[in-house]
Design a binder for this molecule. Structure first.
Ligand SMILES: Cc1cc2nc3c(=O)[nH]c(=O)nc-3n(C[C@H](O)[C@H](O)[C@H](O)COP(=O)(O)O)c2cc1C
Length: 331
C-alpha cells in the first residue's frame, strides 16, 4: 500500500504519453480512470464520427493505439504491466485494465518506439520516387506481429482494388451532407481547440492524388507540398493491416499493432499516411473484406508508406487534449 502513490504517478505519466497516439480526425476518442493502483482505458463514444466511422471500428483502432503508447511508456519507465482487455460494455470490463508489475529493463525496441512517439506525424504529402525495400516492409510486419497483427504489402490486383476502393468510397461519402459536415467540423476547429486536423497538417491543395493513390478529400490547409520536379514519381507502397475479426478486443489489438507499425516507421525515418476510407463505406468494404489474406483475417486499415522528399519541412504536431480533460481519478 505504501507504494501506491508512486504506482499512480507512473500510470499517470504513462497516460500522458498515450495522448500522443493517432486517431481518426484526431478525435481522441479515449478516456482514462485511475482507481487505486489501476488504470482503466475506455472508449469515449461521444467522440465517435457517426458519418465517417459508423461501425466505430476506427474509434477502437485509435483506442488501441493509445493503449500501445501507454504500454511502451510503462516499459520505457522500467515497469512491467499486466493488461486485461475487455469489451467495454460495463465499467468492470473496460477496453483495458492496466496494473503495474515488477521492474523491468527496457529493451532496445521499447526505447526506439518511446523515442519515436513525440516526432511521429501523419504525412499527407508527396513522397519520393525511392521505394521502401522488402527489408523495411519486413521490419514493419514484424512490429505488427509483435502485437498479434498481420501486415502485408498490397501489390498488383490487391493494390488496384484498394486504391480504387479508396477513391470510390471517398466520392460516395463526400456526396453525403452529414459526412461533409463532419469533415468541416474536425478540420475547422475553433481557435484553441485541442483536437481535429489543423491546417498545418493538410496539404495546400484540395484534391490530392499521387500516382494511382487518391487521398481522402480535406479542405486545403497550409502544408507546403515539396516540389518534386516534372515527371517525378511518388513510389508509395500500400500496406494492409488485418485483424482476425471485427469484435471489440480484436480491433483494439489491431490498434496496438497499428501503433507499433507507425512507431517503427517513424524510427526508420519513413513517412506514412494511414487511410481508412475503403473500410468506411459498407458496399465498398464488403468487396475488399478478404482481399489477399483469405477468409480468416479482415483488413482494417491501409497505410501509404514511403520516403520523404529531400527538403520536406517538419510537420508541426497536431494538438492534443490535456491529461486532466481525459483522466478521472478516484481518491
Ligand atoms: C484509425 C485511424 C484512421 C485514420 N484514417 C485516416 C484517413 O483516412 N486519412 C488521413 O489522411 N488520415 C487518417 N488518419 C490519421 C489521423 O487523421 C491522424 O492520426 C490525426 O489527425 C492525428 O495526427 P498525427 O497522426 O499527425 O498525430 C487515421 C488515423 C487513425 C488512427
Amino acid at each position: 500500500m505504501t507504494q501506491e502513490p508512486r504506482a499512480r504517478e507512473v500510470l499517470r505519466e504513462a497516460a500522458r504519453h498515450a495522448l500522443l497516439a493517432p486517431s481518426e480526425h484526431n478525435a481522441q476518442p479515449w478516456r482514462f480512470r485511475l482507481h487505486g493502483a489501476v488504470l482503466d482505458l475506455r472508449a469515449d463514444r461521444t467522440r465517435r464520427l457517426p458519418a465517417t466511422d459508423e461501425a466505430a471500428h476506427n474509434l477502437l483502432l485509435g483506442c488501441g493505439c493509445a493503449l500501445h503508447h501507454l504500454r511502451v511508456a510503462l516499459a520505457a519507465a522500467g515497469r512491467e504491466a499486466d493488461v486485461r482487455r475487455g469489451n467495454d460494455e460495463d465499467p468492470e470490463h473496460p477496453l483495458a485494465r492496466v496494473r503495474l508489475g515488477g521492474p523491468t529493463t527496457p529493451d532496445p525496441r521499447t526505447r526506439r518506439w518511446f523515442g519515436a512517439m513525440p516526432g511521429r506525424r501523419t504525412d499527407r504529402r508527396r513522397f519520393s520516387g525511392q521505394e521502401v525495400g522488402p527489408e523495411v516492409v519486413e521490419a514493419l510486419a514484424e512490429a505488427a506481429r509483435s502485437c498479434g497483427g498481420t501486415l502485408f504489402l498490397a501489390t498488383g490486383s490487391v493494390r488496384r482494388a484498394i486504391v480504387e476502393a479508396a477513391a470510390e468510397a471517398d466520392r460516395a461519402m463526400r456526396a453525403r451532407l452529414d459526412y461533409a459536415a463532419e469533415m468541416q467540423h474536425w478540420t475547422r476547429r475553433y481557435a484553441g481547440a485541442h483536437d481535429g486536423i489543423p491546417a498545418s497538417s493538410r496539404p495546400d491543395t484540395p484534391a490530392v492524388a499521387y500516382g494511382d493513390v487518391e487521398m481522402r478529400w480535406m479542405p486545403p490547409g497550409t502544408l507546403d507540398r515539396p516540389r518534386a520536379g516534372p515527371g517525378a514519381r511518388d513510389a508509395s507502397q500500400i500496406l494492409l493491416l488485418a485483424a482476425p475479426s471485427a469484435d471489440t478486443v480484436s480491433l483494439v489489438r489491431a490498434g496496438e499493432a497499428l501503433s507499433a507499425v507507425l512507431l517503427e516507421a517513424e524510427a526508420l525515418g519513413l513517412a506514412v499516411t494511414p487511410f481508412t476510407a475503403p473500410f468506411e463505406e459498407p458496399a465498398v468494404e464488403a468487396r475488399i473484406r478478404h482481399l489477399g489474406i483469405g477468409a480468416h483475417r479482415i483488413p482494417v486499415i491501409a497505410l501509404r508508406v514511403g520516403r520523404r522528399l529531400p527538403g520536406a519541412a517538419t510537420i508541426p504536431p497536431t494538438p492534443r487534449r490535456p491529461l486532466h480533460a481525459v483522466l478521472t481519478e478516484d481518491p
